[in-house]
Design a protein around this ligand. Structure first.
Ligand code: RP5
Length: 162
């Protein structure tokens, strides 16, 4: 199976990345995690993106906060699918990163998930890999069934709580 490459702009983004990593582990998807910044280490971020396909990655996830150019900078240097996670920061609650990540110019797409949306980033990466991997697709189907069962359990008990 192809690997998922995860890049975060700073180790302060780790709580968001941990959610993605936990989900990838649960789905038995191989991954690598790096700290590269579009601004502080632009050369390393670029080189990672340029070499990613050859290095065995199938999807990339990029998480950054504030003026969050990381996902876009990665996407500019690869045609692998890139998923952007805007991370919340103190001043603007992540809206700054959301707009910087989602508002990509035509020609360089970034599939942007919710602010701090580490879990959905991992699930979207899994769904992309599952296009060519029936076993992974079956694990995703099972997760959907498990999640639905949990909601229906809550439905069955909600009246007792009221
Ligand atoms: C961004 O700036 C990072 O992705 C992080 O979300 C934010 C703050 O970085 P630190 O100052 O905590 O390293 O580049």
């Amino acid at each position: 199976m192809k690997k998922v490459g995860i890049v975060m702009g700073s180790d302060s983004d780790l709580p968001v990345i941990r959610k993605a990593v936990d989900q990838l582990k649960a789905l038995e998807i191989p991954f690598e995690v790096h700290v590269y910044s579009a601004h502080r280490t632009p050369v390393e971020a670029r080189d990672f993106a340029l070499n990613a396909r050859e290095a065995g990655f199938g999807v990339l996830i990029a998480a950054a906060g504030m003026a969050a150019h990381l996902a876009g900078a990665i996407a500019a240097n690869t045609t692998l699918p890139v998923i952007g996670i805007p991370c919340k920061s103190a001043a603007l609650d992540g809206v700054d990163a959301l707009l910087a990540t989602v508002q990509m110019p035509s020609g360089i797409p970034v599939a942007t998930v919710a602010i701090d949306g580490g879990t959905n980033a991992a699930l979207l990466a899994a769904q992309i890999l599952a296009v060519e991997d029936p076993k992974l697709a079956a694990r995703l189907d099972q997760k959907r069934r498990d999640d639905a069962a949990k909601v229906l359990e809550k439905d069955a008990t909600i009246l007792e709580k009221l």
